[in-house]
Design a protein around this ligand. Structure first.
Ligand SMILES: [Mg+2]
Length: 186
């Protein structure tokens, strides 16, 4: 089986909702479904990677998480789009897990499930200190989007990921996907 490129996509602040909330408030931005569908149509794996520390804190149950995730998947299905997989880290930093972004556990899990060309893959997210450092940690290309906390990440919080440069910065996930695909198709 040929290795595939993947887009590892953050949830909160990248596909919808706010940068720091949990999945319950995540409704897709108007452009997010089109972005996912374009990746689907171009044979790039769409892998959701989301930190949901409200679960560990006891503020969000797995049932609530799964119920909301299923409704998001249903909405995608109605537009002939899909996630190839979604991984969730439920932990807080004090849980000492290996999956809370920017740690790589969710990517490691994805690489067991799929044959992924990680170096040719992308991490798309709005938080430099988790998403862009993750991209660096796995050797993929990090794309910072300016939705969610993206603008703050690029300005007052730039020091939290100062040793990392994004591959590029995009207004939103759809612009990020357009630029990915124009790079691949030219
Ligand atoms: Mg985010």
């Amino acid at each position: 089986m040929a290795m595939k490129k993947a887009a590892f996509i953050d949830f909160q602040g990248t596909l919808g909702g706010k940068g720091t909330d949990d999945i319950r408030s995540l409704d897709f931005y108007p452009f997010s479904i089109e972005a996912i569908k374009k990746l689907n149509d171009n044979d790039i794996l769409v892998i959701g990677i989301t930190n949901q520390s409200h679960i560990s804190k006891g503020e969000l149950t797995w049932d609530q998480y799964n119920e909301k995730l299923n409704s998001l998947k249903e909405e995608l299905k109605n537009h002939n789009a899909y996630f190839d997989a979604v991984y969730c880290c439920p932990h807080t930093s004090s849980d000492n897990c290996n999956c809370k972004k920017p740690l790589t556990g969710m990517i490691d899990a994805a690489c067991k499930e799929f044959e992924i060309d990680v170096k040719g893959s992308y991490v798309i997210g709005d938080m430099g200190m988790s998403d862009m450092i993750l991209a660096k940690n796995i050797g993929a290309k990090g794309i910072l989007v300016l939705t969610g906390v993206g603008k703050g990440s690029l300005n007052e919080y730039r020091h939290t990921w100062k040793d990392v440069e994004p591959y590029f910065t995009a207004e939103n996930v759809l612009e990020a996907v357009h630029r990915i695909l124009s790079g691949i198709n030219t």
